[in-house]
Ligand binder design. Structure first.
Ligand code: ADP
Ligand code: MG
Length: 240
């Protein structure tokens, strides 16, 4: 397979069995994402956005089909390999931030840094990551002492701790007011443009899709349409 694409889904299907009933969450999805792209997965609740993101992130496995990331077939990995894959190659940003409440902002990031390994003082590195999201003065704050938008920016810094440059964001602004959400999206866009992060951003908000290089419309577990966008908007120009 070509290495040009960072992510490749080949006829990926995901079924969930609920007792007697089978939910077809994804139906034979083919999708390729290049390094450095900002791709929005757009669609109504239940269309399969989170399922797609979780499969790319190695949180779950497809029922059928294959998924390659950086040329490696993650759909064929055992649990141990998948754990390392998630730790080293993926950064997750969730709707509800998912910071550890008993750890400070810096410590939340340091936990990820420690899992990844590497040289240099953890504090210097976590402080550097916080600086990247404009929160250098919040190192010692606990999540309860941060606003929602600040918590989400810490989560973005944490997602970058492995420097893998792949951010998987599931409704990252879903729990934020419009102004705060815009600020958080601004950070995501900056990571994409300045740090060359590849971003897969899940949302049901059509307005947000204007910042994407490509918009993948999902409906009923299938790709309905892929829109290319030569001139993604600046987050600051979004109206929502
Ligand atoms: P979205 O993120 O677009 O709202 P999801 O990917 O979460 O959609 O879900 C797609 C479909 O799969 C939905 O019908 C949902 O109810 C179902 N589903 C998702 N996760 C599970 C699960 N763990 N068990 C059973 N059904 C699930
Ligand atoms: Mg979802």
């Amino acid at each position: 397979m070509s290495n040009a694409k960072l992510i490749r889904l080949e006829r990926v299907a995901k079924d969930y069995r609920m007792g007697e009933v089978t939910v077809h969450a994804l139906r034979d999805v083919d999708l390729e994402i290049a390094a450095g792209e900002l791709v929005v997965l757009l669609g109504p609740s239940g269309c399969g956005k989170t399922t797609t993101l979780n499969l790319i992130g190695g949180l779950d496995k497809p029922t059928t089909g294959r998924i390659f990331v950086r040329g490696e077939e993650i759909s064929a990995m055992d649990e141990k390999a998948l754990t390392l894959y998630r730790r080293r190659q993926v950064g997750f940003v969730f709707q509800f931030f998912n910071l550890i409440p008993t750890l400070s902002a810096c410590e939340n990031i340091e936990l990820s840094l420690a899992l990844v390994g590497g040289d240099g003082s953890l504090r210097a590195r976590s402080a550097g990551l916080l600086n990247m999201v404009g929160l250098e003065d919040r190192c010692d704050h606990f999540p309860s002492q941060l606003s929602g938008g600040e918590q989400q920016r810490v989560a973005i810094a944490r997602a970058f701790a492995n420097h893998a440059g792949l951010l998987l964001c599931d409704e990252p602004t879903g729990n934020l007011d419009a102004d705060t959400g815009q600020k958080v999206l601004g950070v995501v866009q900056r990571m994409n443009r300045e740090k060359n992060a590849t971003v897969v951003l899940v949302t049901h908000n059509t307005a947000i899709s204007a910042i994407a290089n490509r918009v993948v419309h999902l409906r009923n577990g299938a790709i309905d349409l892929i829109e290319e966008n030569d001139q993604p908007k600046d987050v600051s120009d979004l109206a929502w």
